[in-house]
Design a protein around this ligand. Structure first.
Ligand SMILES: C[S@@+](CC[C@H](N)C(=O)[O-])C[C@H]1O[C@@H](n2cnc3c(N)ncnc32)[C@H](O)[C@@H]1O
Length: 282
């Protein structure tokens, strides 16, 4: 899957607990993220015949939405997470969708057939490359001349309530891991506009446009756990408290529950999600 050893940390991460958690929370995660993916789908101006690559397709929700638009075309979902892809394939068979195929491969180094896609899409699946210029360059070679790229990625963490509210609550009891390069692979790696557009330009894309968009994020409330517990399982704080002592973990979870309760409305936690909608051409 990975000839040069790059992205090894991410491959490990998405095949461990993280992949299993995404599968478990898939339905509610898809509801929470659906509108963000739709922004990037709408930006692609798909035709019924388009051949689309979905990078970091995860459990396949966006691949299925794309497939509905390209009824005479095709969608290839590429991901490095075996559990998420296995779930995606199970869903595909259940839905009887025939113009989607999934491939367990690292999009950064996969030997795509050159010029095989008309469109490249991603919902939060392109911020994890060790060498993003090389990865986007590889992806671009799979695009036909004039083909389009569109994806959504998070703006910086301080602009995103869904991560800042629980993190601030946790920081009363634990400290953040040592400051790493904000552009390191991870959810917020593409927060910086100039940095991200320079990656795409260096990879050979043209007409790079990054539009700031804010949408509400609605999280279904679990009936059998506290809000703090729920967010510790799927959000960024989980990693911070993974190795903390039990009493510290419990204090963090209680503190998060109190902070998150302020955002409950209509039986959901509603917070702001701040993204870049990125488009570019080959
Ligand atoms: C935040 S999840 C988003 C999943 C999916 N796009 C969604 O919106 O539900 C990021 C996804 O990117 C995948 N990923 C990370 N690095 C990748 C790489 N180098 N090649 C392909 N997929 C990758 C992960 O396995 C994971 O499924």
């Amino acid at each position: 899957m990975n000839e040069n050893g790059s992205n090894a940390d991410q491959i490990k991460y998405w095949n461990s607990q993280a992949g299993a958690q995404w599968v478990k929370g898939r339905e509610s995660m898809d509801k929470t993220l659906s509108a963000f993916g739709q922004l990037a789908i709408d930006a692609l101006a798909l035709s019924a015949n388009s051949r689309v690559l979905d990078v970091g397709c995860g459990c396949g929700d966006t691949s299925f939405s794309l497939a509905e638009k390209v009824i005479n075309g095709s969608v290839e979902g590429v991901d490095i997470s075996e559990p998420m892809l296995a779930h995606a394939e199970e869903l595909r068979l259940g839905l009887g969708i025939e113009n989607v195929r999934f491939d367990n491969a690292d999009a950064a180094v996969k030997s795509f057939t050159p010029q095989t896609f008309d469109r490249v899409f991603s919902r939060f699946g392109v911020m994890f490359f060790d060498d993003p210029v090389a990865a986007f360059s590889n992806i671009r070679h799979s695009l036909a001349p004039g083909g389009k790229l569109s994806f959504v990625c998070w703006r910086p963490a301080p602009e995103n309530e869904w991560t800042m509210v629980p993190t601030k609550a946790a920081l009363q009891y634990v400290s953040l891991p040592e400051q790493v390069n904000p552009n390191s692979p991870g959810p917020f790696a593409f927060g910086d506009k100039e940095y991200t557009s320079s990656i795409l330009e260096s990879a050979g894309f043209s007409d790079v446009v990054m539009e700031a968009k804010n949408l509400p994020m609605c999280f279904a409330i679990s009936k059998n756990k506290s809000l703090g517990q729920q967010f510790a399982e799927t959000g960024p704080v989980g990693r911070i408290i993974a190795s903390a002592a039990e009493d510290v973990r419990q204090s963090v979870i209680d503190s998060m529950t109190v902070a998150l309760e302020a955002y409950v409305a209509d039986d959901q936690v509603k917070m702001d999600g701040a993204v870049w909608l990125v488009t570019a051409s080959n």
